[in-house]
Design a protein around this ligand. Structure first.
Ligand SMILES: [Zn+2]
Length: 110
């Protein structure tokens, strides 16, 4: 497993890791602010960069059963949220392949 080069994002608003400021996502890829993470508010993103994905596991949430992978900052290893591999409820399928980032673990890096 080789170390990836970190990507740098450009745009008017960039969210980064609160620990090491590694770029993670832009406001343009944000789908929703109305999510809850394990540490409070969380955002749903269409795509993120500079994260490492953990192994899949099934997690029961208020919206049903999901298969998710925790995601970690590729530089400092902080757990940032998770990725939805699969949603079992048809109404939740739009989340598949999308990413949750915890608001409290993000900082504006611009
Ligand atoms: Zn970091």
């Amino acid at each position: 497993m080789g170390m990836k080069y970190r990507q740098y994002l450009a745009g008017e608003r960039i969210y980064g890791c609160s620990t090491c400021k590694t770029h993670l996502a832009t406001i343009h890829s944000m789908i929703s602010r109305a999510f809850n993470g394990q540490h409070g508010r969380a955002y749903l993103f269409d795509g993120v960069v500079n994260v490492v994905e953990g192994d899949p596991s099934d997690r029961q949430m208020t919206t049903g059963n999901h298969t998710v992978r925790d995601i970690y900052c590729c530089k400092c290893g902080q757990k940032m949220g998770w990725k939805y591999d699969r949603a079992y409820e048809p109404s939740q399928r739009y989340k598949e392949g999308k990413f949750i980032l915890e608001r409290n673990l993000l900082m504006d890096v611009q």
